[in-house]
Design a protein around this ligand. Structure first.
Ligand code: NDP
Ligand code: 8X3
Length: 253
């Protein structure tokens, strides 16, 4: 039996990844998030406590992350795959008009939360001589856009951290991949626009976005590549999305 730990499993990519792996008898799941009710419902639906264990914590709380992961039920304590997925964007304002609390929350979640989980689980992977860390970065780490400011920067961190991990882990048997999705329809925009449904819906209007299932299928494929293969980076956009030209400011003539 293999064990996958998915952070942010209560919606979007994380939930779809959990559903996909739960269909397979080879896998047991550790699911994390802040919404206990959703975690309980997923546990019931995906096979009960013998197949799924849940950890309800705020990933920005270092002590909570460390003590919970230190005290996983023994059946779930050897993590084969860590999917660092929990994350969020808050706001789309120009840098000078943003709320500093939002910036801090993105750093605490997308960067520090990912660091806490990785740092806690890596030593055991190293000891076991195996493991797979799949980070969920973003095209935002490659292609900055107006209003992306700290969100883009946080995903650039994920990119570079993933590459640096590869360097540190050479010879350890541990694999590291960074998936960089583009526009995908999840609760992401509801969170970014703070429950402004209309604004969130507009992000996906008139275009075919990626689905959470697309990213789950990607994770499944990655995990099932042979042990000697390491896909370092995967940028995945909807067909109906592309990077734009550089912008030029023109004075009134
Ligand atoms: P969702 O909002 O649907 O899911 C986000 C998940 O992260 C939830 O399960 C949420 O759980 C969890 N999470 C957020 N903050 C915390 C926290 N402080 N502590 C614990 N868990 C937390 O969005 P997505 O599925 O789209 O996002 C997943 C990842 O994919 C994120 O890292 C996002 O940046 C990235 N991404 C998304 C894209 C998109 O267009 N949707 C594109 C590229 C990357 P809970 O609220 O229960 O805590
Ligand atoms: C989410 C995709 O382009 O909204 O990471 O930043 S984008």
């Amino acid at each position: 039996m293999k064990t996958i730990l998915i952070t942010g499993a209560t919606s979007g990519f994380g939930e779809a990844i959990a559903r996909l792996f739960a269909q397979n008898t080879d896998w047991q799941l550790v699911l994390t998030g802040r919404r206990q009710q959703r975690l309980d419902a997923l546990q019931d639906e995906l096979g009960g406590s013998s197949k799924v264990t849940t950890c309800c914590f705020d990933i920005t709380d270092r002590n909570a992350v460390e003590s919970t992961l230190d005290n996983l039920p023994s059946q779930f304590s050897d993590i084969d795959v860590l999917v660092n997925n929990a994350g969020l964007a808050l706001g789309l304002e120009p840098a000078d008009q943003t709320n500093l609390d939002d910036w801090e929350k993105m750093v605490d979640t997308n960067i520090k939360g990912l660091m806490y989980c990785t740092h806690k689980l890596l030593p055991k992977m190293r000891k076991r001589g195996q493991g797979y860390i799949i980070n969920i970065g973003s095209i935002a780490g490659n292609w900055p856009y107006p209003g992306g400011n700290v969100y883009c920067a946080s995903k650039a961190f994920v990119k570079q951290f993933s590459l640096a991990l590869r360097a540190d882990l050479l010879g350890s048997g541990i694999r590291v991949s960074n998936i960089e999705p583009g526009n995908a329809e999840t609760e992401f925009s509801n969170v970014r626009f703070k429950a402004n449904e209309q604004r969130a819906e507009k992000v996906y209007q008139g275009t075919v976005a990626l689905t959470a299932q697309d990213i789950a299928d990607t994770v499944w494929w990655l995990v099932n590549t042979p042990q000697h293969v390491n896909v370092t980076t995967m940028e995945i956009m909807p067909t109906e999305q592309a990077n734009g030209p550089l912008a030029i400011y023109r004075r009134d003539s």
